[in-house]
Design a binder for this molecule. Structure first.
Ligand SMILES: [Zn+2]
Length: 47
């Protein structure tokens, strides 16, 4: 059931603004799963 979407999205690394946890996902997780704080796309911050 993954054949239609596999590889169609590029995973990005997001970083929690509070605890620094790194989250790899294809879409913005919205909040840190560990502490619930906001997260940012790490690639954008490292430009
Ligand atoms: Zn966190």
């Amino acid at each position: 059931m993954f054949d239609a979407t596999a590889g169609s999205e590029t995973e990005s690394t997001y970083e929690c603004l509070r605890c620094g946890k790194l989250i790899t996902a294809s879409t913005h997780p919205g909040a840190c799963p560990e502490c619930g704080a906001g997260i940012q796309n790490r690639a954008n911050s490292l430009e």
